[in-house]
Ligand binder design. Structure first.
Ligand code: ZN
Length: 204
């Protein structure tokens, strides 16, 4: 019986992730910026990852969904392998209580891919994400909410749903989420795709 329950649980999880992947694909194929940045990967294979909870899941679950992509993220949130790259000494206690991301597809994602990497990331209202950088090239797509995006050599912009921001390899960038929380779909490509972001100590 217990085994059967586990099997049912796994199917429910997989269905929720398949539904989220379908939503991501629709957005990906509709957005010229996303399409230009990366082809939709053709090597995706579902991986039944062990869920890992972060406190942000609670806040995310209380946010009324504004689109079907947002709702699909909420549906997988309890099963997500949620991660936080930073420690308290880097971003503070409050940041860690209201931030988290999952790897939708990629080398260690909910769907395995060797050719691409995509994240779904959430930050709560009132957070400042200090300057950081990474080797991989990155494209942010705002699903819900808004944020102010700063980057070395670029104008500071406030982005809302459907808008994108490109970060070059090792370009320092920072974000402020003043007016609302934010949900984003993030693509990585190129050298450093297996890496993680690091805080830009020299500018802090
Ligand atoms: Zn980045």
């Amino acid at each position: 019986m217990a085994e059967r329950m586990t099997e049912v649980g796994r199917n429910v999880r997989q269905q929720a992730f398949e539904a989220l992947l379908a939503e991501a694909r629709v957005i990906h194929e509709r957005s010229p910026e996303l399409r230009k940045f990366a082809d939709w990967p053709c090597d995706l294979r579902y991986v039944d990852l062990e869920p890992a909870y972060v406190p942000a899941v609670r806040q995310l679950s209380l946010w009324s969904p504004v689109c079907s992509f947002h709702a699909a993220i909420q549906a997988v949130a309890p099963y997500g392998d949620w991660k936080r790259t930073y420690g308290e000494e880097e971003v503070g206690y409050g940041f860690l209580q209201d931030y988290g991301y999952i790897e939708l597809f990629g080398p260690t994602g909910h769907f395995h891919s060797r050719t691409a990497r995509a994240y779904i990331a959430y930050w709560g209202r009132g957070l400042y994400y200090p300057s950081h950088r990474h080797e991989a090239e990155e494209l942010y797509f705002v699903i819900s909410g808004s944020g102010t995006f700063e980057a070395e050599g670029l104008d500071t912009v406030r982005l809302g749903p459907g808008q994108t921001r490109l970060h070059s390899p090792n370009q320092s960038h920072a974000m402020t989420f003043k007016d609302s929380p934010i949900l984003t779909y993030i693509l990585w490509r190129g050298e450093g795709i297996d890496g993680i972001p690091v805080m830009d100590k020299s500018r802090s």
